[in-house]
Design a protein around this ligand. Structure first.
Ligand SMILES: C[S@@+](CC[C@H](N)C(=O)[O-])C[C@H]1O[C@@H](n2cnc3c(N)ncnc32)[C@H](O)[C@@H]1O
Length: 441
């Protein structure tokens, strides 16, 4: 079965090169960004291509090639159901069956750990999985209103700043997806008077729309917002860079699937796949093996997703997080749950955090960094005498490459991997959420 691809897909003036040529060859495997690897007169990374497929490509920048035609398709190729798949930068693995996406993610994690840390995982946990679609409880939409063009609200195009206007999205939670068309129409009438930037959609606890604005909101807009909110059953909030506030009547903003009451401020980090989050938190706590005598440290703590359930099991918990607002929220959430032994530190973990602990022994360490990983934060463990270093570390990661790099560092510090597993938090995309437990060897 031959499949033809939109020749404009991914094409931009910046990567048009005089060295462009057409090549025909077989894809050997996927890389960690979900691109097919073609070794034909060099090595090329090809978005949209699958292992075993015979493809025709047009070379672009160094090592980049654009898929022109699938000459022989893989049995694992499926027809992407999303009408925006060709242009939207969001769900870049929709053309691969869900079972194979999952297999690819675990295999990629194993390969990266082997390549960058020389670690072969022997104990793989069963993957934590959920729904393949409609799972996103939080999404950021970009807006665009270039002169002479109609207002657009949607996701960014692949490898570009262009916005693809989106009316349907099959990975968004249905209450959020239902807001796409009404928001596009309503904000199309108001974007100039409020100086609209991006728009964040949050499904917890009821649909919530956060507008990033650069102008003060006048009474007429607020009235219109109230009408919109009543008609579409949502809350509207604004963020002007200084303050985040409710424009319309607002309920408490709280995670609904979490075992403990966790309030948060719209715009602050929450896990996008809230249906899988409780299983991830439970697994992290079980792998950490913390006891009632333990002094525990958590890095990149946010507003307390792991912290509160963890605090219930341990003697003392120190939480570190760069956002002062989130660490305040974490402390408020802990206080509301009666957990007075939780101490929050608003600290940039690229800089010294260890001195905050006054030479305290760390029994267990849990960390959940952003994609850039935790190299600078973990390197500081070297300053501790070996007896004061944690006996177990649980590392939750949303980027397998930086996890592998940081695993090499932990290995140098005397840790081995006792367990690893993938959490299928972002189906249809190449993004890999992983959890690894390290133990002192
Ligand atoms: C992947 S989120 C995890 C948050 C939390 N563990 C959760 O599950 O909700 C990463 C967190 O790291 C924080 N962060 C990012 N860079 C940081 C830095 N340099 N120092 C400290 N915290 C940082 C972010 O603000 C965010 O809350």
């Amino acid at each position: 079965m031959a499949q033809f691809f939109n020749p404009n897909r991914g094409k931009s003036r910046a990567n048009t090169s005089k060295r462009q040529q057409y090549l025909l060859g077989e894809v050997s495997k996927l890389d960690h960004q979900g691109r097919g690897i073609l070794r034909q007169q060099g090595t090329y990374f090809v978005a949209g291509a699958l292992p075993g497929e015979r493809i025709r490509v047009q070379t672009q920048a160094k090592h980049q090639a654009r898929l022109v035609e699938v000459v022989e398709a893989s049995d694992e190729r499926v027809t992407p159901p999303c009408p925006y798949y060709q242009r939207c930068g969001g769900c870049d693995l929709q053309h691969l069956s869900l079972a194979q996406q999952r297999q690819h993610k675990q295999q990629t994690l194993a390969e990266l750990l082997s390549k960058f840390a020389a670690i072969e995982v022997t104990d793989w946990a069963p993957m934590l999985t959920g729904e393949g679609w409609h799972y996103r409880q939080r999404a950021r939409l970009a807006s665009s209103y270039a002169r002479g063009q109609r207002f657009q609200l949607g996701f960014r195009q692949r490898a570009s700043q262009q916005v693809v206007a989106i009316e349907h999205c099959q990975v968004l939670a249905p209450p959020l997806a239902a807001l796409l068309v009404p928001l596009q129409q309503w904000l199309g009438e108001h974007y100039q008077r409020i100086g609209l930037g991006h728009v964040e959609l949050i499904a917890q606890p009821t649909p919530l729309v956060l507008l990033r604005v650069t102008r003060a909101l006048d009474d007429e807009f607020v009235q219109q917002a109230e009408q919109f909110a009543a008609q579409h059953g949502c809350q509207l909030w604004s963020d002007d860079g200084q303050q985040t506030r409710a424009i319309t009547a607002a309920d408490e903003v709280r995670l609904t699937h979490h075992p403990l009451p966790l309030n948060f401020t719209p715009g602050d980090f929450i896990q996008v796949n809230q249906a899988l989050n409780p299983a991830m938190v439970a697994q992290a706590l079980s792998w950490l093996e913390a006891t009632a005598d333990d002094q525990v440290v958590e890095l990149f703590a946010g507003m307390g997703n792991f912290s509160l359930p963890l605090a219930q099991q341990v003697k003392q918990l120190h939480c570190f997080e760069v956002s002062a607002r989130m660490i305040q929220q974490l402390q408020d959430n802990a206080a509301a749950a009666g957990l007075s032994h939780v101490r929050g530190h608003a600290v940039d973990l690229n800089h010294d955090w260890l001195s905050r602990l006054n030479s305290m022994r760390i029994d267990k360490l849990l960390l959940d960094p952003a994609r850039s990983g935790a190299q600078a934060a973990l390197a500081q463990l070297q300053q501790l005498p070996a007896a004061q270093r944690p006996t177990r570390i649980v590392y939750i990661s949303c980027a397998a490459d930086t996890l592998a790099r940081d695993s090499a560092l932990l290995k140098q510090l005397g840790y081995g991997i006792s367990k690893a597993g993938v959490i299928d938090m972002f189906p249809q995309t190449h993004h890999i959420e992983a959890m690894v437990a390290f133990a002192k060897e």
